[in-house]
Write a protein of this length. Structure first.
Ligand SMILES: Cc1ncc(COP(=O)(O)O)c(C=O)c1O
Length: 404
C-alpha cells in the first residue's frame, strides 16, 4: 500500500496507530512505505540506510526479488491448507535445511519464541520419557533472550527484569547461570537437568559472543551427563555470523537448534531441527500449530536460503563484519566493539545513551537499534559492502559527536 493511492498522509497513519493500536514499541518517527536491498524509503521517497533489517530478518536484502517472486507464486498457487495434506514447499524446505546444516529432522513454527517453545517441550518430553518424571530441568544463561511466550520468557535469564516484569510467576523448571562461565553452568545442573539452552551470541543481552571454551565445554558436559545441548539460533542463524549457523564456528552440533528471523527472508517462519533420537519425543498429536509450515513462508524461505548460499552471504558477513567492527573501534566514547559477522554491537561509556545515538542516526537517515542503556546494535542485510559501512560509520560518528 502507498499513501498516494489511498489519499492519506503520514500523520493520518500515526493518528490511527495512536488511536487504535496497543503500542508496546518505541517507534522510529518515520513511515516505512517501500524498501529494496539495503534501503527503506518513506512516503516522500527519502532513502534510509537499513542497518537493522527488521531485526536480523531481511538478510538477502529488503524485498529480495527472488523471495518476493517465490512468495507471490506460492500465494497464487496454494496459500494455506493446515498440516493434513502434504505440500511441496514444506518438503523441499525440510530437505534443504536438514541437509544444509547437518541435522536430521525439522518441525515448523511461526516465530522465534514459538520455535523455542517447541525446543523446550521436545527436550522435556525426551527427558521425562527417557529418564523419568523429574528430568525436565533446563539451565539457561543470565541476560539471555529466548522470546516472550511463557516457556521462552521463563527460559530468558533475567528474573524480575526486562520482559518478565509484571507477568507473575514464570514457568517452573529453569535455572540461570552467567554466560561464558562453564563452571557456573556445570554447578547449576542437578540430577533433574535434561538440557542446557544457549544463544551462541547473546543478541538482546548486549551482543556477547560465546567463547570457544564455553561452547565446546558445554557440548562435552552435556555428552558426559546424558543431557541435551539446545542452541537458540533465532538471531544468529542463516549466515548472519559469518557461518551458515553460528554453532559451526565452534565445531560442535546441537541436539536441537531453533531458528526464525532470517529464515523466511521477511515472511514469518520459525523451526526447530533435532537429531533423530531426540526428535522421536514428538509423535502424532503431541505438538502442533495451525500456521507452522505455511506454504508461502516455506516457499519464501527456500528462495531466501538459495540467495544466501548462492551469493556467499555468510562469507560477506564475515569479511564486511570484520571491516565494520575495526572501523567502529575509532568512534568517540567507545568502550567496546563486539560481534560475530554482521551481528555487531558498540558499547559506549556511560556518558552516551544508545537510544539517543539511535535517534540521532535516524535524523541522518541511518536505521540502527539500541539495547540496554549505552549499546547500539547493527544487524544489516548481509548484502552490504564496505562503502555502506563507511557511510554508516560516518553517520554514527556524527551522531555521537552531536551528543557528546
Ligand atoms: C535469540 C532469540 N531468541 C528468540 C527470539 C524471539 O523471536 P520472535 O521475536 O520471533 O518471537 C529472539 C528475538 O529477538 C531472539 O533474538
Amino acid at each position: 500500500m502507498k499513501l498516494a493511492d489511498i489519499g492519506l498522509t503520514a500523520q493520518d497513519i500515526k493518528d490511527k496507530v495512536s488511536k487504535y493500536m496497543i503500542e508496546t514499541y518505541e517507534r522510529f518517527d518515520f513511515l516505512a512505505e517501500t524498501a529494496r536491498d539495503q534501503y527503506i524509503y518513506d512516503e516522500k521517497g527519502e532513502e534510509y540506510l537499513d542497518f537493522y533489517a527488521g531485526i536480523a530478518v531481511n538478510s538477502a536484502g529488503n524485498c529480495n526479488e527472488k523471495v518476493v517472486a517465490a512468495a507471490v507464486e506460492q500465494t497464487q498457487t496454494l496459500m494455506h491448507t493446515f498440516n493434513y495434506p502434504y505440500t511441496i514447499p514444506q518438503a523441499l524446505l525440510a530437505e534443504k535445511i536438514c541437509t544444509t546444516i547437518g541435522m536430521d529432522k525439522i518441525f515448523y513454527q511461526n516465530s522465534g519464541t514459538e520455535a523455542n517453545e517447541a525446543m523446550i517441550k521436545m527436550a522435556r518430553k525426551y527427558g521425562i520419557e527417557k529418564y523419568g518424571p523429574n528430568r525436565y530441568h533446563i539451565v539457561t544463561a543470565k541476560m539471555g533472550f529466548h522470546g516472550r511466550t511463557f516457556g521462552s520468557m521463563s527460559a530468558t535469564g533475567q528474573p524480575g527484569n526486562g520482559c518478565q516484569v509484571g507477568f507473575g510467576p514464570m514457568t517452573y523448571g529453569f535455572s540461570y547461570a552467567p554466560y561464558n562461565d562453564l563452571q557456573a553452568f556445570k554447578a547449576a545442573c542437578t540430577e533433574n537437568t535434561i538440557a542446557i539452552m544457549i544463544e551462541p551470541v547473546q543478541g538482546e543481552g548486549g551482543v556477547h559472543p560465546a567463547t570457544m571454551e564455553f561452547m565446546q565445554g558445554l557440548r562435552k558436559f552435556c555428552d558426559d551427563n546424558g543431557m541435551l545441548l539446545l542452541i537458540d539460533e533465532v538471531q544468529t542463524g542463516w549466515c548472519r555470523t559469518g557461518k551458515i549457523m553460528s554453532f559451526m564456528h565452534y565445531g560442535i552440533k546441537p541436539d536441537i537448534v531453533s531458528m526464525a528471523k532470517a529464515l523466511g527472508g521477511g515472511m514469518p517462519i520459525g523451526a526447530i531441527c533435532a537429531c533423530s533420537e531426540v526428535a522421536k519425543a514428538f509423535s502424532a498429536g503431541s505438538h502442533g500449530t495451525t500456521f507452522g509450515g505455511h506454504p508461502v513462508s516455506c516457499a519464501a524461505a527456500l528462495a531466501e536460503i538459495d540467495e544466501l548460499l548462492s551469493r556467499n552471504l555468510a562469507e560477506n558477513a564475515e569479511k564486511t563484519g570484520r571491516y565494520f567492527m575495526d572501523k567502529l573501534k575509532k568512534l568517540p566514547h567507545v568502550k567496546a566493539v563486539r560481534g560475530q559477522g554482521l551481528l555487531v554491537g558498540v558499547e559506549f561509556d556511560n556518558t552516551i545513551s544508545g537510544v539517543d545515538v539511535k535517534h540521532e542516526c535516524l535524523k541522518r537517515h541511518l536505521l540502527i537499534t539500541a539495547i540496554g542503556t549505552n549499546i547500539i546494535r547493527m544487524v544489516p542485510p548481509l548484502i552490504i559492502n564496505e562503502e555502506d559501512c563507511d557511510k554508516a560509520y560516518e553517520i554514527i560518528k556524527a551522531s555521537v559527536e552531536a551528543l557528546g
